[in-house]
Ligand binder design. Sequence first.
Ligand SMILES: O=P(O)(O)OC[C@H]1O[C@H](OP(=O)(O)OP(=O)(O)O)[C@H](O)[C@@H]1O
Ligand SMILES: Nc1nc2[nH]cnc2c(=O)[nH]1
Length: 175
Amino acid sequence: MAETIRELVSEEEVEKRVCELGRQISEDYAGRQVHLICVLKGGVFFMCELAKRITVPVSMDFMSVSSYGDGTASSGVVKIAKDLDESLEGKDVLIVEDIIDSGRTLSYLIQILEKRGPKSLKLCTLLDKPERRVKPVTVDYVGFNIPDEFVVGYGLDYAQKYRNLPYIGVVEGVE
Ligand SMILES: O=P(O)(O)OC[C@H]1O[C@H](OP(=O)(O)OP(=O)(O)O)[C@H](O)[C@@H]1O
Ligand SMILES: Nc1nc2[nH]cnc2c(=O)[nH]1
């Protein structure tokens, strides 16, 4: 069977939800600066769109933590491929992720970042698959809870493809 993509969340729905999250974050961080941490590569589309909707001062940094490689199942081994450039000391830090699945990546990342002295540390994810959780993670902002299906688009890949889709879709026709 050929590889195809079935739309799960439309471009319009994603845009609307990103605006709502931006508004909520702006209210919650009123009078403060929020330091966004983008988890590469998947989080980059979401972080850019979200940052544009936040009305309090924003600073940004990037980190790459990988546990999936080219497959559809987490290896369970989390590697830091690129660390942050700046210190988190005294900052109101908001991690921006594309998806939380088993929770392995984020529980590991939060453990590391908490030790770096942020004033606060919160988590925002575009997508969450709560029924897949292996490691507990506290999620402060969620775009959409989705079922247990492997999704692509809006930054998410399958073997590095489909990140550029403007909507969220499910890959069909793969093992
Ligand atoms: O909750 P988990 O089961 O740990 O899965 C979530 C992680 O998987 C994806 O990253 P991936 O390793 O695919 O890297 P990428 O963002 O560079 O595609 C996603 O961006 C999360 O970081
Ligand atoms: N692309 C992609 N990466 C993931 N990482 C964890 N779950 C997923 C998923 O459903 N799709």
